[in-house]
Write a protein that binds this ligand. Structure first.
Ligand code: PEP
Ligand code: MG
Length: 578
């Protein structure tokens, strides 16, 4: 048996046989051929066209998403496009290069031409062309295509890395756990795994080299451990540990209807982060007082995106199910970074984390932004909806977003479409420049919500999804704590409610500091709400403030971590680590 230590990303334990999925990284071969080899090369190209067309037809039959026919049809049309096939054949004949290289050259040139132009419709096509390029070159190289949505029996999914769209395409009832080489605790794959309640460990480094297909594997998403080919005794130990965790979780359910209030009367609103409408059941079960962050971009992760109508229906459903009094904060789409949607954004960027993301994307794709704002405003008539803009880096961006919102409101008024005229509009504070100018931004917005996942990433310059530098991703870095405190102080001084919706809000060690700072609202995965409530109900604001004062005197995250661990152990024993 081998036990590997990674990063606990989604709680629970999963046991089963490994399904190994490793993304292939391949270099397209560039081989010069002899004149006599040309007919054979042309034949290979024709055959690849046929096989890829058949594969695509197969995918459409089994895909677990709507709209797949439409996408595949576009791909099939491309495969049959005489201009394309002719260009490849000409290269094979005249430049005497192998079919792989000819396909690569022709399609890459097409993609580059599209990327240079500014036609949004064409830009969307470049992702399709890239997909076809990938299929054809792989086919020519004799590598078959593997589709995760086809998994139809219980497995432990072991992979190097997964895209959020791949996680969404899984039939998750069959995925008993996930173990990944890459990823960080706050990567979007980890966040989605929590939403789907799949026990997950990320950042394992090289588990894909240690596991063989069908090996017995146990994934402990609470402690971040993965046991490969475990002995019966160790399997029993892990299962026992899991039973204890389940018992603790069950006990906490009794708190679902209680308030999150400290022993000296400081009330905190505990809300839920959701990515999918289906999560509302879990939001209600865990007694959330609303939705503090609806990551609306996940509606767009399926092929074809989400129309205004589809969005409106999704937002309305969440509002209806939460009732008139529980607020739902919906964040406008935050695509980009580790949530690239090729259909919307074309080819990947050199530096996506600092690139065309979130509100930056919306301000240049106003068609998509306006459609979303219309859907949000229309839905606001059905409950207490708040709008939140992500990745605001300065006042200019905020003003531009607000101007568009006002225009959309005017348009709706003109068409006599009702919406909530009092709708609140807030921003995520997740870029250091926004935190540093919180006093300026506070004048133009109704609330702040601190996004620590990105705030930590950008403050320490550490990619939140990269396991190689995960040791640097430290919520208790004094630089991060100072920025958070600054946002709370500036926001509160301007009379704004200050919330936190990053993963730090559910970190048991952080809760006491956040209460000490006076944060009024914490929003997190529904599964974490009750444990945070238990902490809040067991402490006083005064002692939380004393802990904060002590921590702010310390100069290293190592010391702060140690101090908070000891403090929690004194107060709660092994309740949060068992
Ligand atoms: C954050 O950055 O903390 C956040 C809540 O947003 P996301 O994780 O979706 O980037
Ligand atoms: Mg963020």
């Amino acid at each position: 048996m081998r036990v590997m230590q990674g990063i606990a990303a989604s709680p629970g334990i999963g046991l089963g046989q490994a399904f190994l999925y490793v993304h292939e990284r391949f270099l397209t071969p560039h081989i010069n051929i002899e004149e006599g080899e040309i007919p054979e090369e042309l034949k290979r190209f024709k055959k690849a066209l046929q096989v890829v067309a058949q594969d695509l037809a197969e995918i459409v039959k089994t895909a677990a998403v709507d709209n797949s026919e439409q996408i595949v049809e576009t791909h099939l049309l491309m495969l049959e496009d005489p201009e394309f096939t002719k260009a490849v054949e000409v290269l094979i004949k005249e430049e005497q290069v192998c079919a792989e290289w000819a396909v690569e050259r022709v399609l890459k040139a097409a993609i580059e031409a599209i990327e240079k132009g500014n036609d949004p419709l064409l830009r969307e096509r470049s992702a399709d062309i890239n997909d076809i390029r990938w299929h054809l070159v792989k086919q020519l190289m004799g590598k078959s295509h593997s589709n995760l949505s086809m998994i139809n029996h219980d497995v432990i999914l072991v992979s190097d890395t997964l895209l959020p769209s791949q996680v969404l395409s899984l039939d998750h009832k069959y995925i008993k756990a996930i173990a990944l080489d890459g990823g960080g605790k706050t990567s979007h794959v980890a966040i989605l795994a929590q939403a789907l309640q799949i026990p997950t460990v990320v950042g394992l480094g090289n588990i894909t080299e240690k596991v063989r297909p069908n090996d017995q594997v146990i994934v402990d998403g609470n402690l971040g451990e993965v046991a490969i080919r475990p002995s019966v005794a160790s399997a029993n130990k892990m299962v026992e540990r899991h039973a204890k965790w389940e018992e603790n979780t069950r006990k906490l359910l009794a708190l679902a209807t209680e308030e999150a209030i400290t022993t000296d009367g400081f009330k905190v609103e505990l809300k839920a982060n959701i990515e999918r409408v289906e999560e509302v059941a879990s939001v209600l079960k865990n007694g959330a007082e609303g939705v503090g962050l609806f990551r609306s971009e996940f509606l767009f992760l399926k092929p074809g995106g989400a129309s205004e109508e589809e969005q409106f229906e999704a937002y309305k459903e969440v509002l209806n199910r939460l009732g008139k009094t529980k607020a739902v904060t919906i964040r406008t789409i935050d695509v980009g970074g580790d949530k690239i949607i090729p259909d919307l954004q074309g080819l990947s960027e050199e530096n996506p984390i600092l690139g065309w993301r979130a509100v930056r994307f919306c301000l240049s794709r106003k068609d998509i932004f306006r459609a979303q704002l219309r859907a949000l405003l229309r839905a606001s008539n059905y409950g207490k909806l708040k709008i939140m803009f992500p990745m605001i880096s300065g006042v200019e961006e905020l003003e531009s977003a607000l101007t568009i919102l006002e225009q959309v409101k005017d348009e709706l008024r003109g068409n006599r479409v009702p919406f909530d005229e009092e709708i609140e509009v807030g921003i995520m504070v997740e870029v250091p420049s926004a935190a540093l100018t919180a006093d300026i931004l506070a004048k133009k917005t109704d609330f702040f919500s601190i996004g620590t996942n990105d705030l930590i990433q950008y403050t320490i310059a550490v990619d939140r999804g990269n396991e190689k530098i995960a040791y640097l991703y430290q919520p208790f870095h004094p630089g991060v704590l100072r920025l958070i405190q600054m946002v709370v102080e500036k926001g509160s001084a301007a009379g704004l409610p200050v919330a936190m919706c990053g993963e730090m809000a559910s970190n048991p060690l952080a809760v006491v500091l956040l209460i000490g700072m006076g944060i009024n609202e914490l929003s997190m995965s529904p599964l974490s709400i009750l444990k945070v409530k238990h902490i809040i109900r067991s402490i006083s604001k005064l002692e939380a403030y004393e802990v904060l004062e002590e921590v702010l005197k310390m100069d290293s995250y190592l010391n702060i971590n140690r101090y908070l661990r000891e403090w929690m152990y004194d107060r709660f024993g092994d309740f949060f680590t068992a």
